[in-house]
Design a protein around this ligand. Structure first.
Ligand code: DGL
Length: 261
């Protein structure tokens, strides 16, 4: 019998912003979360290299009973979503694309900002949503790799952290952006700082809930949830990851590094 078990993946702790929405929407379904912190950040890496990492995690998830796999990472989706669907045709993959569509619908200033990383900005998924949904609006793409570092290190509340965020945000504020697409799953954790720096003038577009709804749609038609709790894995430092779990989504759980990583 199917268990509906979901594997959720990111380069680091960013995907926890998607995982918390999946837990809210599907509280009875066990999840596996994998943070590839040995290789974070993915943003500056070539797509082929990212694809290699994602395949390894996909094999790990499948070996551990995942029936649906969520790429809770824009960079991993940009690099791997299409090839994964070809290479593993029996597994439903849920990817994540920059949420340009809702931003383009909601903007009043007709200027939207997309805060992202290089691997996502270079991807086919981004080109596709721009062509489809952003014909009548101006889009400013801001590649912000240091924001990934801030969230990984947990230093975004500090004065130095806020100054880094402001450096990326000020040109968007000056350009009249009123909708800010968070096209990296690390960035929803910066919501308070982004709201403070932009003085509430930008609506933050976080795709986490939309991804969770898509996960619900692709779950097997019939399943009996496995009688298991959620499990957490990292290819990096286990203690640091456990702290981040607590700090970012209020989960106290132990994590492990599987021996193959
Ligand atoms: N959370 C990843 C994303 O959504 C972070 C990218 C990175 O590792 O650079 O793209």
């Amino acid at each position: 019998m199917n268990t509906g078990k979901i594997g959720v993946f990111d380069s680091g702790v960013g995907g926890l912003s998607v995982l918390r929405e999946i837990h809210r929407l599907l509280p009875d379904i066990p999840t596996l979360y994998f943070a590839d912190q040995k290789h974070v950040p993915y943003g500056p890496r070539p797509h082929t290299e990212i694809y290699g990492f994602v395949r390894q995690v996909t094999d790990f998830f499948i070996a551990n009973g995942a029936e649906v796999i969520v790429l809770a990472c824009h960079a991993a989706s940009a690099a791997a979503l299409y090839p994964l669907r070809e290479d593993y045709p029996h597994i439903p993959f849920v990817g994540i694309e920059p949420a340009v569509k809702p931003a383009a619908i909601a903007t009043k200033s007709r200027v939207i900002g997309v805060l992202t990383t290089q691997a996502t900005a270079d991807g086919e998924l981004y080109r596709k949503v721009l062509t489809q949904f952003a014909k009548d609006v101006r889009v400013i793409t801001q590649v912000a790799p240091r924001l990934v570092e801030l969230v990984e290190a947990g230093t975004f509340h500090t004065e130095t952290g806020k100054a880094v965020i402001a450096d990326y945000l000020n040109p968007l504020i000056d350009a009249g952006v009123d909708q800010l697409v968070l096209a990296c799953t690390h960035f929803p954790f910066l919501a308070d700082e982004l709201a403070e720096i932009s003085d509430g003038k930008m609506t933050l577009v976080d795709p986490g809930l939309a991804v969770a709804k898509q996960v619900k749609r692709v779950l097997p038609m019939q399943f009996v949830p496995a009688d298991e709790s959620h499990a957490y894995f990292t290819s990096g430092d286990v203690k640091a990851f456990q702290l981040a779990l607590q700090r970012l989504i209020g989960v106290s759980a132990s994590a492990q590094t599987p021996s193959i990583f």
